[in-house]
Design a binder for this molecule. Structure first.
Ligand code: PRP
Ligand code: MG
Length: 176
């Protein structure tokens, strides 16, 4: 049974309630901005969160995705080495909202925010479902946050362990 060593941390009902609230907040904040809002999901993990969240955003938005490789802290560099899948859309002059599933060390978002700033965007905000502040290696301002969680390895709702568990409808802890 593939779910024998996991324990639910955040239920699908809690997630749904939070996603609705985040969508309403984002809708209110960007209403009447006059610029196109581009919602960018960070693959693979943010795909589920983005899919639910955009249906709670009642605005004319564009959607795109980006994927980066990361090998964590095993080197002296930022830990994020390259873009595996770049954006399809031109974001110059656009309002960009980055959608992440989880912010851990912050290295992925540090790399991405610096990369997007080099593309002459109009503005950039970050929306993350989960935040693990205890793990942070570089400061990241999260504008729209779902849940702050302790330093535990989580899976589900798009988030994986060795590419497994992304399909779980809730966020769970992998029991050691
Ligand atoms: O804050 P950080 O320490 O950078 O960690 C957070 C990032 O790591 C995970 O993605 P991963 O690179 O494992 O790829 P995936 O989204 O395809 O699972 C997660 O989905 C975040 O994108
Ligand atoms: Mg990811």
């Amino acid at each position: 049974m593939y779910k024998e060593n996991i324990e639910v941390m955040i239920s699908k009902e809690e997630i749904a309630h939070k996603v609705k609230a985040l969508g309403e907040e984002i809708t209110n904040d960007y209403s009447g901005s006059g610029k196109e809002l581009v919602v960018i999901g960070v693959l693979k993990g943010a795909n589920v969160f983005l899919g639910d969240l955009i249906r709670q955003i009642d605005l004319p938005i564009l959607v795109d995705f980006i994927a980066v490789s990361s090998y964590g802290l095993s080197t002296e560099t930022s830990g994020v080495v390259k873009i595996l899948k770049d954006l399809d859309l031109d974001v110059e002059g656009k309002d960009v909202l980055i959608i992440e599933d989880i912010v851990d060390t912050g290295l992925t978002l540090k790399y991405l925010t610096e990369n997007f700033k080099s593309r002459n965007i109009a503005s950039m905000k970050i929306c993350a479902l989960l935040d693990k502040p205890e793990r942070r290696k570089c400061p990241i301002d999260i504008d729209y946050l779902g849940f702050e969680i302790p330093d535990k390895f989580v899976v589900g709702y798009g988030i994986d362990y060795a590419e497994k568990y992304r399909n779980l409808p809730y966020v769970a802890v992998v029991k050691s």
